[in-house]
Design a protein around this ligand. Structure first.
Ligand SMILES: [Zn+2]
Length: 413
């Protein structure tokens, strides 16, 4: 028997399985045209929970540099996300009285989708982004961007050249970080004494409640509860003083942190910790029983597709997101069931989804195929996608999502 891996956060032996999806390809590793016959690499997708610090985490796989070097996800493609970013920037500028003498640093700044709004307010801003192709888009739109992985070492380099920040932002990046302790140490090094760090991340509590298992993939090293994160932050000299619940990504938290002792913790932190305790997330047993619920989601989707086929109905998918790749692979679905997935990102079109090998086509392919059902893979953008595709209902088609169970819009014919 191979020895149990060690917890990324505290080093304890990981012996407690949360969900084991077997061998899977990297969910974002789209297959380029002409490479369809190449066998792709697969890695165990075994999610465990640490019995000691309760961090839910995937095992070590590929080098993160391999995962993020040529990333195909451009934040600005989603209109919902842009509106969310603008509202955040406007609020932060006012709340923290940011101006020309301030500095905002965003970690994993993607294509500048968020910092552009701070720059519009005249606030000096710096993005840190490891994917060079995505950073190039940010630079083109006038968002200063440092192409780097954020770590304590990166932070020390930026601090030494005088880039200390009044506000450091990390949205949907903590899950992508192999060593959250080192990352938060970097935040502390780069944060001015009265500075604020905010981070948004999908909340493990919602993942459990809504069976959002498709957000568990190799590129996500961990899935966070406030319990687990508060402990890691405290060890790095940061205190969480506020936390907000957000609807993004199926239910996220936005935490606000500062140097330990700089700001007193507000009641919101204790409130979320209490909600986690009520759900049993403060002990290892609260994480049991997830796998059968995942199996039920897959059975539901496969039964729906089988029924649709026997009724002579056609079904295609929409949104070539990583979570979609995870869902389709967990269910063992291929192009035999779902002939293509439509996606509006030109960087993805013409490629194949990893594992399932389902081709990615432009949105126009939907209009040609006129399917009876459009399976929405990024369920977190469901309303936006339905709004963008009025033609589907025009030809009598309907939308379907599979998590936490099969749901159909419009629901009655
Ligand atoms: Zn641990």
């Amino acid at each position: 028997m191979t020895p149990a891996p060690a917890c990324r956060a505290c080093g304890a032996a990981l012996t407690h399985t949360f969900l084991d999806l077997g061998m899977q390809p990297l969910a974002n590793a789209l297959i380029a045209p002409g490479k369809g016959k190449t066998k792709e690499r697969t890695y165990p997708l075994h999610i465990r929970v640490c019995d000691r610090c309760l961090l839910v985490q995937a095992g070590a796989v590929a080098d993160p540099k391999e995962i993020f070097r040529d990333y195909a996800y451009f934040s600005s493609v989603s209109e919902t996300w842009l509106a969310h970013a603008k509202a955040y920037a406007d609020g932060a500028v006012e709340r923290l009285s940011l101006g020309p003498a301030s500095r905002v640093v965003e970690i994993a700044s993607n294509d500048g989708y968020l910092l552009q709004y701070f720059i519009a307010h005249g606030v000096p801003s710096l993005g840190i982004e490891p994917a060079a192709n995505v950073a190039a888009v940010a630079l083109e739109r006038g968002v200063p961007t440092d192409i780097a992985f954020f770590s304590a070492q990166t932070a020390a380099r930026l601090a030494a050249r005088g880039d200390m920040a009044d506000l450091i932002i990390a949205n949907n990046v903590l899950a992508h970080v192999p060593d959250i302790g080192d990352f938060l140490k970097g935040v502390r090094l780069l944060l001015k004494p009265d500075g604020v760090f905010t981070a948004e991340f999908p909340h493990l509590l919602n993942l459990l409640r809504e069976v959002q298992f498709d957000t568990l993939y190799h590129e996500h090293f961990s899935c966070l509860s406030l319990h687990a994160l508060a402990a890691i932050a405290a060890r790095q000299g940061l205190t969480l003083f506020d936390v907000e619940a957000l609807p993004t990504h199926g239910g996220s938290l936005r935490l606000h942190a500062a140097h330990a002792g700089a700001r007193p913790p507000g009641p919101s932190v204790a409130k979320v910790l209490a909600r986690e305790r009520e759900a049993g997330l403060d002990g290892p047993q609260g994480y049991d029983g997830f796998a059968p619920r995942v199996a039920k989601v897959c059975d539901g989707l496969k039964a729906f597709i089988a029924q649709a086929k026997s009724d002579g109905r056609t079904i295609v998918a929409y949104g070539a997101a990583a979570k979609g790749a995870t869902l389709l692979n967990a269910c063992g679905l291929t192009a035999a069931s779902i002939p293509f997935v439509a996606d509006k990102s030109p960087a993805k079109q013409g490629k194949l989804l990893p594992g399932s090998r389902i081709p990615i086509r432009p949105v126009e392919a939907l209009d040609e195929a006129r399917p009876d059902y459009v399976l929405i893979l990024p369920w977190n953008l469901r309303e936006e996608i339905i709004g963008q595709l009025p033609q589907v209902q025009g030809w009598g088609g309907r939308f379907v999502s599979a998590i936490p169970e099969i749901r159909i819009w419009p629901d009655a014919h």
